[in-house]
Design a protein around this ligand. Structure first.
Ligand code: FMN
Length: 310
């Protein structure tokens, strides 16, 4: 277990992934026993301004718990206020995570996301004020530093602890690396073995076996998985699904997307659906057929043919 004080139900958790970790995908991971799900990064500023779309992105449902909301922003006051707003919703999360790892230019240029690592005093204030504003545990997700020349993960870890964070997720890259190369698990281990609060390691975990191996061989209390879970929610249970199960899940995923988003759900489902089959022989043809299907019936025909041609 990650910590007695944190309500994770398993040490393997689904990362926040913008454009992916919506309610349908979170539910599919929940069915496989994921220990925590996170919303994608949610703008604290937009919540404070009452933006309807942002409220919808942040909304949690009773059957997906334990679940967390991730906030981003640059103002301690606005993030603290947004955290209070999150707590007032119908299904408040079990914890609020603060994004200090997003490398997207439009986020960092606004001094948010990973750019917070360049400003440890502001980083501290954000966690400190948010911790004081709500009763929920506050956690933080960081990288190793903003650039490879300015790796300040130890300072950032210490500031997070002093400010009252209850856990730290470490994505083992710097912001300027974006998602390239291998995540640096040696440094994740250095942080985890020195941190007085639980550390969740993140980066390049693509199988259940790898996740268990990282848990066993590092001081991490949990493992967070992002890209390795897309098209593979079974990564959280370690089950190897048959092709029949994969096709059935892909169909259900498409149906859930349409039920949740209406007609546009079919288009939004495409990026998930291609990932269910990307390792299979003839996958480029399959991918093409999946992304050009215009109706659910057409999509199901493509999925049926995958099963029949196996
Ligand atoms: C498309 C995409 C969107 C992401 N969105 C978020 C996000 O909203 N919040 C966040 O903290 N990290 C985000 N990340 C980073 C992931 O949570 C994770 O740290 C990173 O992908 C490394 O993990 P992985 O190797 O398991 O994919 C995103 C990553 C990708 C590829």
């Amino acid at each position: 277990m990650i910590s007695d004080n944190l309500p994770f139900t398993s040490p393997l958790v689904l990362a926040p992934i913008a454009g992916f970790t919506d309610y349908p995908f979170r539910l599919l991971c929940r069915e496989q026993g994921v220990g925590m799900v996170y919303t994608e990064l949610i703008s604290a500023e937009a919540l404070c301004r009452g933006n309807k779309k942002t409220f919808e992105l942040m909304r949690l449902h009773a059957n997906e718990f334990p679940a967390a909301v991730q906030l981003f922003g640059n103002s301690p006051e606005r993030i603290a206020r947004a955290a209070q707003i999150v707590c007032e919703t119908e299904n408040p999360p079990v914890l609020i995570d603060i994004n200090s790892g997003c490398c997207a230019r439009k986020v960092c240029s606004n001094r948010s996301g990973a750019a917070l690592m360049k400003d440890p005093a502001r980083f501290y204030d954000i966690i400190h004020q948010t911790t004081a504003a709500v009763k929920l545990p506050i956690t933080v997700k960081i990288r190793l530093g903003f650039t490879q020349q300015t790796k300040n993960y130890m300072t950032i870890m210490e500031r997070a602890v002093e400010a009252g964070a209850k856990a730290i997720t470490v994505h083992g890259r710097t912001s300027d690396q974006q998602y390239s190369g291998e995540a640096d698990w040696m440094t994740i281990e250095e942080i985890a073995s020195n941190s007085p609060i639980p550390v969740i390691g993140n980066g390049n975990v693509t199988s259940y076996v790898q996740a268990l191996d990282k848990l066993k061989n590092t001081s991490c209390s949990g493992i967070m998985i992002a890209r390795g879970a897309i098209g593979n929610p079974w990564i959280f249970s370690g089950r190897t699904p048959t092709l029949i199960e994969v096709v059935a899940t892909a169909k259900r995923h498409a149906e859930m997307m349409i039920a949740y988003y209406g007609e546009k759900g079919l288009i939004l489902a495409r990026k998930h659906l291609v990932k269910y089959f990307h390792h299979r022989v003839g996958s480029s043809q399959v991918r093409h057929s999946l992304v050009t299907a215009k109706t659910i019936e057409e999509l199901f025909q493509v999925l049926n043919s995958i099963e029949q041609n196996a």
